[in-house]
Design a protein around this ligand. Structure first.
Ligand code: NAG
Ligand code: NAG
Ligand code: NAG
Ligand code: NAG
Ligand code: NAG
Ligand code: NAG
Length: 382
């Protein structure tokens, strides 16, 4: 081992200063610990009442990966108490859940129920997962079989789960993929934000029914879902090939859509540089996670290193611009857009998206940053 006593004084300064002005040894841990310190994603609203929210499921996924990497039980306990806040001892799901509202959003917490059931074998977690599972066959669907996001219109399909899962991804891809540049828009080849089967929504394209703009977080959710799904779908299922082909088609387009200077991505991806548009942090973090995970697991060939280089460049921008030291040991995460909606209050226009405020420490972005950091830190530890 090198003794620091043999080093000249200037070397000591170089060695000591970074310890004083410490950057965290892990942004993944700093981001997660900061969210925990703020009490985020814990199955509670700001008044302490039970709340079932999809972004809690996103954070729980990140904490689960951290627990698996570090063995630190703090993360596991936070996941468990967070779920215990919304699931009672009989497995009834509370926090505002009602199966007959036919909303897909709360189901994002379902994987955590399955995870806890596997860890604890407590029947209540299986009962909670069963309650969510029972929503799927009665959930509203279009005539093509695609789930409605939120709406009451029962339609009793009964197909096997993997077939149905793949079918949801195929229909979303097919119905929202950008196939040509709209007037005055840049061609990205990415997925439009939403789709209306009836083509009657105010924002729906008359020919295909998709919304007019490519909104970063929609593509972010879809890309994370693709890599997470491919890691669990049986290779014997024909859907495996389909999901792999989507990753191999879409991910290079995500790389191409990055802003060449900063390396990160625009809120409205179809309109880079337009006044009012800005670099958005949740979607950018989702892309870094998805791109790095796809390369790490061999879903995407990166023999020239361009994909990893793009992800690294974006990640550097994130920590330089969106991570803000709060001064009390925690970090803030900036520039995550609060929402993007295609409900009847929204016309889906560029003006609509850029008019939504950014939200400091928005969990949808914080959790994505933790996920991106988990991937990034595996890269640098190689
Ligand atoms: C586990 O994580 C918590 C913060 O989330 C931290 O305070 C604690 O020191 C960690 N424990 C170990 C053994 O690293
Ligand atoms: C259940 O947990 C065990 C042990 O942690 C793990 O090996 C297994 O893959 C898990 N199963 C599922 C379906 O997650
Ligand atoms: C749905 O599928 C399951 C499993 O294949 C089968 O047991 C059940 O009878 C089916 N239900 C209906 C209504 O077709
Ligand atoms: C969607 O699927 C239909 C029917 O399979 C096909 O004709 C069409 O080309 C697909 N559209 C896109 C954009 O992939
Ligand atoms: C977050 O970013 C906005 C501009 O995008 C800036 O006005 C604000 O001061 C930043 N907040 C923090 C805590 O840095
Ligand atoms: C769409 O809604 C936004 C506000 O969300 C508004 O600024 C814009 O003018 C609307 N566009 C049209 C064509 O109605």
């Amino acid at each position: 081992m090198l003794s620091i006593l043999n080093l000249p004084l200037w070397c000591l300064i170089v060695v000591v200063l970074p310890l004083v002005y410490a950057r965290p040894s892990s942004y993944a841990l700093w981001g997660a610990d900061s969210a925990i310190a703020r009490g985020q994603g814990h199955g509670l609203d700001s008044s302490g009442n039970p709340l079932l929210l999809y972004e809690h499921g996103e954070l729980q996924w990140a904490l689960r990966l951290l627990y698996e990497r570090t063995g630190n039980e703090t993360y596991y306990n936070y996941i468990k108490t967070g779920v215990d806040n919304v699931v009672d001892s009989n497995g009834n799901v509370g926090g505002g859940y009602s199966a007959t509202q036919f909303q897909l959003d709360p189901l994002r917490v379902g994987p955590t129920f399955l995870y806890l059931y596997n860890q604890t074998k407590q029947a209540k977690y299986k009962a909670a997962a069963d309650e969510f599972r029972a929503q799927l066959p009665i959930n509203s669907r279009t005539a093509q079989g695609q789930f409605w996001h939120k709406k009451v219109d029962p339609d009793q399909d009964n197909i096997t789960a993997w077939d149905d899962i793949i079918s949801q991804f195929v229909l979303m891809y097919n119905n929202t993929i950008q196939t040509a540049a709209p007037p005055d828009h840049t061609f990205t080849g990415l997925l439009y934000h939403g789709y209306d089967y009836s083509h009657t929504a105010v924002w729906a394209d008359p020919d295909r029914g998709h919304s007019p703009e490519i909104w970063i977080r929609a593509v972010g959710w879809y890309s994370m879902a693709l890599v997470d799904l491919l890691s669990i779908i049986p290779t014997s299922h024909p859907g495996h090939k389909i999901i792999l082909s989507y990753i191999q088609t879409l991910f290079p387009r995500i790389v191409s859509a990055a802003d060449p200077t900063s390396g990160v991505w625009w809120l409205v991806m179809t309109q880079p540089g337009r006044a009012g548009n800005y670099f958005e942090s949740s979607g950018s973090a989702m892309f870094v996670y998805s791109l790095l995970k796809a390369v790490r697991l061999g879903y995407l060939c990166d023999s020239d290193g361009k994909v990893v280089a793009a992800a690294k460049k974006a990640y550097q921008y994130m920590v330089d611009n969106w991570v803000v030291d709060h001064g009390d040991g925690t970090m803030d995460w900036n520039n995550t857009v609060l929402v993007g909606s295609l409900d009847p209050s929204s016309n889906g226009s560029f003006e609509y998206y850029v008019g939504i405020p950014i939200d400091l420490n928005d969990l949808k972005g914080v959790a994505a940053f933790v996920l991106a950091s988990i991937e990034f830190e595996q890269l640098s530890s190689k």
